[in-house]
Design a protein. Structure first.
Length: 508
């Protein structure tokens, strides 16, 4: 574990807000889920052995010529449209020149003054229902860098390491960088807005199916730009850029920390250094990186080896027609259709269950039953395996259709909940469909009223004290007798029917 600490002072939160106004900008980098890289045919499989997914093009070898990934361009356009951006009828790539050991060409193929999408917005709903509109400056195409591994130090960073290794597998993977305009007026809610924006953007990109947006794997990462200006002034303060923040919680914490750190520097009469900062998840601190370059320092010039990108109006409209229902709109529609409370809906969303519930309902189950199964028995098993429910379902090939079939056996009266759990065990063990498992195991509620009545009579006779309490009006005691009746019938009795017979026998 890293033990990185910082000697930077911070000002109290209330003092910071009293004296300064935050101005915030977020740059989100999204790795596209294409099968191959942006300018060559190398695969993009995550976790492959180091330097096994490279070629002369993505290694920048002399004479190798790039070719644009058509799917990457289409994905960029779909993202731009979903963000309410204008799509450029003509744009081109540029070379961004700077030295990084994990950039084999020693320049990044990106877009500079001619992005493919620009001038959009994304409405972000906060937890109390407030909507904050985030203005989008641009969304442009570029390629990812490789990955450096610093070995021999305590923190995994270059400082203190004895040597470094470079894996170029990631170099050349398609990226879309989404840049907001400066966000004004956020005040004390700036950290919350930052987190909500990234969460909303992640949901949107997942719905578009352009990326797996796994922040923990670096498929989506956020650079957090923060500056402060004294209240009542118009001039923007100097910003810092906290790089590669890779969780929603960390985005919120990084904004808050940098606001308080800036405030402490300014309150003491110091000046903010325009620089990149490293975020440390374990300590919740940032530390200085490198002096931040401005655009002119990168010596941009048009990429001579790539032709311009010029999507036709017909192509753009066809992609617009392919956009899915916006996630926020879909959630509201499903909540109204399913009758879920705000808490039930939030829990389903946070657990990643909404798609599974929707598919289970489409397969014939009620919404309440679908939610019960996925958030109850199946979630319990997933938690036992240490994975989330969608991952668990994918690993075991558990389908919404199976859940709907199982629930159908319960609602038809063939199975009770205890039997249904036994059937589910069989399904997970590969014994077949829910119906096949129930048939093979002989699971069927006993509908013979004579057998049920005989079991009730035996239980009442064996428990005269409990029976007397029920006769005297202590109806809650009936549960103990129902449990014994179910055991008497080896779990194949109908609990509701057993209750009716018990109450009738005891005159209650």
């Amino acid at each position: 574990m890293s033990t990185t600490t910082s000697t930077d002072a911070i000002l109290g939160w209330d003092e910071t807000l009293a004296a300064y106004e935050p101005v915030m900008g977020l740059e989100v980098h999204v790795e596209l889920g294409t099968a191959t890289k942006m300018f060559c045919g190398c695969p993009t499989t995550f976790g492959a052995d180091p330097n096994t997914q490279v070629c002369p093009v993505c290694l920048g070898l002399p004479g190798a010529l790039p070719v644009v990934n058509e799917k990457g361009v289409e994905s960029a356009i779909r993202i731009g449209l979903a963000l309410n951006c204008e799509i450029a009828p003509w744009c081109r790539f540029a070379r961004k020149n700077y030295f990084y050991p994990d950039m084999p060409k020693n320049f990044q193929t990106s877009q500079y003054d001619e992005p493919i999408a620009f001038g959009g917005h994304l409405d972000v709903e906060l937890e109390d229902g407030t909507v904050y509109r985030v203005e989008i400056e641009r969304a442009h195409m570029e390629e990812d860098t490789g990955k450096s591994l610093h070995v021999g130090g305590a923190t995994g960073r270059i400082h203190g390491a004895t040597h470094s290794l470079v894996d170029y597998n990631r170099a050349g993977i398609p990226l879309i960088e989404i840049v907001t305009k400066p966000m004004f007026g956020a005040g004390e809610r700036a950290p919350e807005i930052a987190r909500a924006y990234v969460a909303t953007l992640r949901d949107l990109l997942r719905a578009l199916d352009v990326s797996d947006v796994k922040m923990e794997q670096g498929s989506m990462r956020c650079d957090v730009n923060v500056s402060l200006r004294p209240k009542g002034t118009e001039k923007l303060g100097t910003r810092t850029e906290t790089k590669n923040v890779n969780s929603l919680r960390s985005v919120e914490r990084a904004v808050r920390y940098e606001m308080q750190r800036h405030a402490a520097v300014l309150a003491s009469g110091g000046s903010i250094v325009q620089e990149t900062r490293h975020w440390h998840e374990d300590t919740g601190l940032t530390t200085a990186g490198r002096i931040k370059s401005d655009a002119e320092d990168y010596r941009y010039f048009p990429e001579p080896d790539l032709v311009p990108v010029a999507p036709t109006e017909e192509a753009v409209e066809a992609l617009r027609a392919s956009l899915p229902e916006p996630p926020a709109q879909r959630r509201k529609r499903l909540q109204a259709a399913y009758g879920f409370s705000d808490l039930e809906m939030r829990d389903a969303i946070n657990a990643g269950l909404l798609d599974l519930i929707e598919e289970t309902v489409a397969a014939g189950a009620s919404a309440s039953a679908a939610r019960k199964w996925w958030s109850g028995e199946i979630a319990r098993r997933a938690n036992g395996e240490g994975v989330d429910v969608p991952t668990y379902a994918a690993q075991l090939a558990v389908t919404p259709a199976q859940v709907a079939e199982l629930e159908g056996l319960v609602t038809s009266g063939r199975l009770n909940d205890a039997m249904a759990r036994q059937v589910w065990e069989g399904v997970l063990a590969g014994e077949g469909s829910p119906t096949q498992v129930a048939d093979a195991r002989g699971l069927q509620l006993v509908r013979d009223s004579g057998a049920l009545e005989a079991a009730v009579d035996a239980v009442i006779a064996a428990n005269p004290d409990v029976a007397q309490k029920i006769r005297e009006g202590k109806v809650q005691a009936v549960g103990a007798l129902i449990g014994q009746v179910m055991r008497e019938m080896r779990g194949q009795g109908d609990a509701a029917a057993a209750r009716e017979v018990i109450m009738a026998r005891l005159g209650s």
